[in-house]
Ligand binder design. Structure first.
Ligand code: GDP
Ligand code: IMO
Ligand code: MG
Length: 425
């Protein structure tokens, strides 16, 4: 038994879904601890492809129980759709899916507020959110005006929702956006509450009982370190704690029970949405990576911005999260490139930065300092042992690990379970 936190080291979409699926073979409980339906975690099992937004990726392994814990903001329309979709695909959910009673609810008005606020922003200030209502739902949580999953079980839920919904309509009106029919919303949520009731539980007790019973738990992070509300490229971030610390506050697990931290990191960098991205490529190489890596958002379908590996970001992520080992993904995407660049530092206004500057206006000006390595110009996608990789590929991966102060534990060379190389630590 051991308790593992798995988190993204860059700007999300590192391939967390795939790695979670690989690791859950021997896991009892999988816990999502932050974010909401802004996440899109892709898992390929055989010839089937699943994209999970709120339900932990462990649901695809029959041996696991899956928990959506208190740190998550739960969109009931989305989770119902996901549940229905999984049942349709023959996945048995009975006794395998639970939602914490302390988790906050995302209502349609949160999505409307998200869209209305983005619409009022200029090109410079808009965040490029997923429009899933994440910011407004976490804002309500912090303002102490949110409603939680446990409230669905309370007979006064319709009254609580009425008060909140009327207030949200005033906010929408103030923003010049369309308002909504409060009674229709209440009717919709009375039905959704009935649907969700069997899944709602005290997840804090459930998780800690599992610890007591010496079960193995995997904490599934969403988004990535650079989107963290504290440590990311603020304000171009999401609204939750995407880093290791979020696993404790988002689940009720005491930190001393965390045994291991696995960081998922791509062998290059991508970002979706707005905000600074020092190693972004605007040339044919960027287009090649986007094409070979199929870099389109799993939630919104937006094209992802692509760039070289940023070791400044990697080092920062390994430090903040306390990464025990990297699960490095998508090495195969670089197979055809003759030369690879790695960003080792930034320069702005004559200053050199070896860690990520907190000031977004400085980060926006940062130019990458690159070192170059030869590519391997051969296919890695059918390689099954690390030793069998081309020497240049091994040298590239080793250099990334050296620059980011973390060991390599898993190397992924394709989306399927079988394209996974384990490295003895
Ligand atoms: P997540 O949000 O971190 O779970 O990542 P996404 O699912 O949004 O995006 C990762 C994409 O890369 C998915 O389409 C995966 O199927 C795919 N993928 C994961 N690992 C690999 C890999 O090693 N090689 C390739 N070519 N694709 C991968
Ligand atoms: P997974 O879990 C990549 C980005 C959005 C936007 C910013 C804020 O699949 O890695 P939000 O809707 O959260 O308010 O948007 O964060 N973003 C993601 N980017 N992967 C994700 O999740 C993301 N979730 C949010 O594009 O820039
Ligand atoms: Mg994703």
């Amino acid at each position: 038994m051991s308790n593992t936190v798995l988190m993204g080291a860059q700007w999300g979409d590192e391939g967390k879904g795939k790695i979670i699926d690989v690791l859950t073979e021997n896991i009892d409980l999988v816990v999502r601890y932050q974010g909401g339906s802004n996440a899109g975690h892709t898992v390929e099992v055989g010839d089937k492809k699943y994209v999970l937004h709120l339900i932990p990726s462990g649901i695809l392994r029959e041996n696991t129980v899956n928990v959506v814990a208190n740190g998550v903001v739960v969109n009931l329309v989305s989770i119902k759709e996901e549940i229905d979709g999984l049942v349709e695909k023959g996945i048995n959910l009975a006794g395998r899916l639970f939602v914490g009673d302390r988790a906050h609810i995302v209502f349609p008005y949160h999505q409307m507020l998200d869209a209305a606020k983005e619409a009022l922003c200029s090109d410079e200030t808009k965040i490029g959110t997923t429009k899933r209502g994440i910011g407004p739902a976490y804002a309500d949580k912090a303002s102490r005006t949110g409603l939680r999953m446990g409230d669905l079980l309370d007979p006064i839920f319709p009254e609580l929702l009425k008060t909140r919904a009327e207030f949200a309509n005033k906010e929408l009106e103030f923003l010049g956006a369309e308002t909504f029919d409060v009674d229709a919303l209440i009717a919709q949520f009375i039905e959704l509450a009935e649907f969700m009731k069997p899944f709602i539980t005290d997840a804090v007790v459930m998780i800690n009982d599992a610890v007591e019973a010496k079960k193995s738990i995997l904490f599934e992070g969403a988004q990535g370190t650079m989107l963290d509300i504290e440590f990311g490229t603020y304000p171009f971030v999401t609204s939750s704690s995407t880093t290791t610390g979020g696993a404790a506050t988002g689940s009720g697990l005491a930190m001393r029970h965390i045994d291991q931290v696995v960081g998922v990191i791509k062998a290059y960098t991508t970002r979706v949405g707005e905000g600074p991205f020092p190693t972004e490529l605007f040339d044919d190489v960027g287009a090649h990576i986007a094409k070979i890596g199929a870099e389109f958002g799993a939630t919104t379908g937006r094209p992802r911005r692509c760039g070289w590996f940023d070791a400044v970001v990697g080092r920062y992520a390994s430090m903040i999260n306390g990464v025990d080992y990297w699960a490095m993904t998508k090495l195969d995407v670089l197979d055809e490139l003759e030369t690879l660049k790695i960003c080792v530092a930034y320069e702005a206004d004559g200053e050199t930065y070896t860690s990520v500057p907190s000031n977004i206006r400085i980060l926006e000006k940062c130019k990458p300092v690159y070192e170059e390595m030869p590519g391997w110009c051969s296919s890695t996608k059918d390689v099954t042992k690390y030793e069998d990789l081309p020497e240049a590929a091994k040298a590239y991966v080793s250099r990334l690990c050296e620059l980011t102060n973390a060991k390599l534990g898993i190397l992924s060379v394709g989306p399927k379970r079988s394209s996974t190389l384990r490295i003895a630590l």
